[in-house]
Design a protein around this ligand. Structure first.
Ligand code: CAO
Length: 423
């Protein structure tokens, strides 16, 4: 089970971790890159976050407490160590080369060309260390957008998510799930792990590149399915009445082969909804629950095909019942008949959810500046590689440990480097 405890960095468990012995030089910032390296740290890699002497900008963004690392930073940088280095100085470049030499993985997500401009092209990086896996997250792949910077919702806009999210009569919408940033981070981890595995056979590292636009598109795969189905006529499972030559926004339609919708519950607050899926086998018990048992046999309602043109009416009938009950009651009654459904949980309800806490998905972590903070645990549950969530490091907290203890720099040099603003 996932547990949280105080500590300065990961790799402290006795039983070993999946990525024990893998050193990650983490030159990431903001969200997409840090979300990837945090997963690697949870899997047991020794992740050393290398930051400019001013620190990852998110340490200071959206602060809730003055002069304290923000939750933005602390929630995306757990289980890492932190060193500072000005990679634009000559000595900084030498130290960066040394760090690359001793790392298995280098990850970065700066603006296009930033690491090349530091003097570390892929050719140079692999010359320094032919075994290194060098992963980059950028907004876009090769082509007209290569040089463009990108943030979460930019990727959602250009990866197909915004056009397909929202209601037909409203504007395109951003989703709260950070599919452009953390979604890309997860893809990046898959690429890094595969490259490490291939290295076992070839002895060679390789370049791993993931574009946020591409990762979002990969998550919008079913909408591209529907774009092609449109050529053969309207999409019957969509609630929309009019179809052009582009997939329309379909509100809360399920997007899958079984229809679904979010129905209101009592007492009618902003998150008093349950999402209900009507599988063929669920129709009869549903008709009983909603007090309309005659619809189970009615030829206009009895089969999935008959119901397809009446989905808005169908969910209105369910809602007439559900809006009289609290969502937890609706959840219980529907599940008693194995009807797939889910109450819409607010962020507060998620933080307070006992089962998420018991699963190590909402954890409390001690932090020297903040006291305790709540974070999201690891969704990866490995039987031989348990995850302990350790706090994020303070800026440069491990400078002495890494530069002194591991790179062998003496105290006098460390003092000089500090005074010169190199670390
Ligand atoms: N020492 C010295 N300089 C450093 C440094 C260090 N340790 N680490 C970074 N820098 C410098 C870089 O060299 C770069 O400088 P130059 O542009 O002069 O070469 C600069 O800091 C970082 O530039 P940036 O373009 O990455 O930063 P930005 O705040 O202007 O842009 C972002 C941020 C996110 C738009 C951009 O990094 C980006 O497009 N990244 C790729 C896509 C991505 O990951 N986006 C997700 C962001 S999460 O929402």
């Amino acid at each position: 089970m996932t547990t949280a405890h105080d500590g300065t960095h990961g790799n402290t468990a006795h039983q070993g971790k999946a990525l024990d012995g893998i050193r990650v030089l983490d030159m990431t910032h903001v969200q997409s890159g840090p979300s990837a390296t945090q997963l690697l740290a949870w899997l047991g890699a020794d992740v050393i976050k290398l930051e400019a002497t001013t620190g990852d900008i998110t340490r200071r963004q959206l602060r809730d407490l003055p002069d304290v690392d923000s939750l933005y930073f602390t929630m995306l940088n757990c289980n890492k160590r932190s060193i500072t280095l000005n990679t634009k100085t000559e000595r900084g470049k030498e130290l960066l080369a040394e760090l690359i030499r001793r790392s298995d993985v280098l990850v970065e997500n700066f603006g296009p060309g930033a690491v090349d401009r530091m003097g570390f092209t892929w050719e140079r990086v692999r010359e320094i260390n032919p075994r290194i896996v060098y992963a980059s997250v950028k907004g876009f792949g090769d082509g007209p957008y290569t040089g463009f910077k990108a943030y979460e919702v930019v990727a959602q806009a250009m990866g197909g998510a915004m056009a397909t999210t929202g209601f037909e009569d409203g504007p395109p919408l951003a989703t709260g799930a950070q599919i452009g940033d953390s979604g890309t981070g997860v893809h990046c981890v898959a690429g890094i792990l595969a490259a490490l595995y291939q290295r076992e056979r070839t002895g060679r590292g390789q370049r791993v590149q993931v574009a946020m636009q591409h990762a979002v598109l990969n998550l919008c795969r079913v909408k591209l399915r529907d774009q092609q189905r449109l050529a053969h006529g309207p999409l019957a499972e969509y609630p929309n009445e009019n179809f052009g030559d582009e997939v329309p926004r379909s509100g809360n339609a399920s997007g899958g082969g079984q229809p679904g919708w979010a129905v209101r519950c009592a007492p009618g607050g902003p998150n008093d909804y349950v999402y209900v899926i009507v599988q063929p086998a669920g129709w009869r018990p549903l008709t009983e629950l909603i007090g309309r048992p005659e619809l189970a046999e009615d030829p206009e309602w009895a089969t999935p095909e008959a119901r397809l043109p009446r989905l808005p009416k169908l969910f209105r009938l369910i809602e007439e019942w559900s809006r009289t009950l609290p969502k937890w009651e609706v959840l219980e009654r529907l599940n008693a008949h194995h009807i797939p459904c889910g109450p819409v949980l607010s962020t507060r309800e998620i933080v307070e959810d006992a089962s998420l806490a018991a699963n190590g998905m909402v954890v409390e972590v001690e932090h020297p500046q903040r006291g305790t903070f709540t974070t999201v645990g690891s969704p990866l549950k490995l039987s031989d590689s348990p995850v302990e969530i350790d706090r994020s490091p303070l800026l440069g907290e491990h400078n002495d440990e890494v530069y002194g203890g591991e790179l062998g720099l003496g105290d006098a040099e460390l003092r000089r480097l500090r005074a010169a603003g190199v670390i």
